[in-house]
Design a protein. Structure first.
Length: 184
């Protein structure tokens, strides 16, 4: 797996934090991480988990993709890799990811913003996906949509799984536009 671009993550995180007028201490406390860890992430150091990045995105009230935008790398751990393919600029906001899961992998996800839905289209393999306690078995060609504002997970058995995940956020007039190279 390619090494994630932590410098890009750090720049995006710091820009969004400062734009919202939050101090390192405020954001760290809100996200439940140590201030020193947040500082290291903003400096492009450390090795944040996907869950930590999601918590920071939720506290900043921005989609996960805004933090990893322009990194052009796969992010992952524990047999699961996620790569941002595209960020929508319309309202509602739609982000598209490729997700790869090794055999016997489990990816549990905390709830996203209220009203967010996830659609999973299987490319190859098999995965059990959906809201926790309501998993659906998906195979190549299957598509399943579920409420991503509730805890959800992806779980593989014996096979690798490759899928496209589309995250559609609720319409929001105040939702920030995705970061672009013009905003650097």
């Amino acid at each position: 797996m390619e090494k994630p671009n932590f410098a890009t993550l750090g720049q995006n995180l710091q820009s969004l934090r400062l734009a919202q007028g939050l101090s390192l201490s405020q954001l760290a406390a809100n996200a439940g991480i140590a201030k020193s860890n947040l500082s290291r992430i903003e400096q492009g150091e450390g090795n944040p988990t996907i869950e930590t990045i999601w918590r920071l995105a939720m506290q900043l009230n921005v989609p996960f993709s805004d933090l990893i935008a322009r990194a052009d790398m796969a992010w992952g751990e524990n047999g699961v890799q996620v790569r941002l393919i595209d960020q929508g600029t319309d309202n509602p906001r739609v982000d598209v990811y490729w997700m790869y899961c090794a055999p016997h992998s489990v990816r549990e996800s905390e709830p996203h913003f209220a009203g967010t839905v996830e659609s999973v289209t299987m490319v190859s393999g098999e995965v059990n996906a959906g809201n926790t306690g309501e998993l659906q078995t998906l195979r190549a060609g299957d598509t399943y949509t579920f409420d991503a504002s509730r805890p959800h997970k992806y779980q593989t058995d014996e096979l690798w799984a490759t899928m496209m995940v589309v995250v559609t956020y609720p319409k929001n007039e105040r939702q920030p536009a995705p970061l672009t190279s013009d905003s650097e």
